[in-house]
Write a protein that binds this ligand. Structure first.
Ligand SMILES: Cc1cc2nc3c(=O)[nH]c(=O)nc-3n(C[C@H](O)[C@H](O)[C@H](O)COP(=O)(O)O)c2cc1C
Length: 148
């Protein structure tokens, strides 16, 4: 059994809905899954053994959603190295924007700089390609979970 913290960045609810489906799948596989919709650095610190699954959309012109921005800011400012932390990223976006899925990309780069270890590749979900982001995420999760 692995403990997973799903860290959500969402404006209109798509990423939240994806995170909820992923959490259900994790729980049905016997893992512990908690969703953080307004995560802080302290939420991560009190769960040092949890795997992070960041599930974020991109808003504005390549911007990070307001509900995950405080965490990203705290990580950038205090820069806590976390070589023992494992994580995954699900990045929602729309490829009609030049800044496709940039928030997810930025979070991935930041976690890499903090020496966290990514499990698998980043999943990019393009609203231009699928009307079923939850289904796309679940398919990807089935493989991702094997590496937990
Ligand atoms: C006002 C607005 C700005 C957006 N800006 C971007 C962007 O810069 N890059 C991108 O890849 N997607 C962008 N998107 C697409 C969203 O990331 C995409 O619709 C996503 O599924 C929304 O997820 P959410 O409901 O969790 O916020 C934008 C959407 C809206 C409505």
């Amino acid at each position: 059994m692995v403990s997973v913290l799903l860290v959500v960045g969402s404006v209109y609810g798509n990423s939240s809905s994806v995170a909820e489906e992923c959490a259900e799948l994790l729980r049905s596989a016997g893992h512990e899954a908690d969703i953080l919709s307004n995560a802080s650095l302290n939420d991560l610190k009190v769960r040092p053994d949890s795997v992070l699954l960041v599930c974020t959309s991109t808003t504005g012109q390549g911007e990070i959603p307001d509900n995950i921005y405080p965490l990203v800011n705290e990580l950038r400012e205090s820069f806590p190295l976390m070589p023992d932390r494992r994580y995954g990223v699900i990045a929602l976006g729309d490829s009609s924007y030049e800044t496709f899925a940039d928030a997810g990309r930025q979070v991935d780069e930041l976690l890499q700089e903090l020496q966290a270890k990514r499990i698998g590749e980043v999943l990019y979900i393009d609203a231009c390609e699928t009307a079923d982001p939850e289904g796309t995420a679940i398919e990807w999760m089935r493989e991702w979970m094997k590496a937990l």
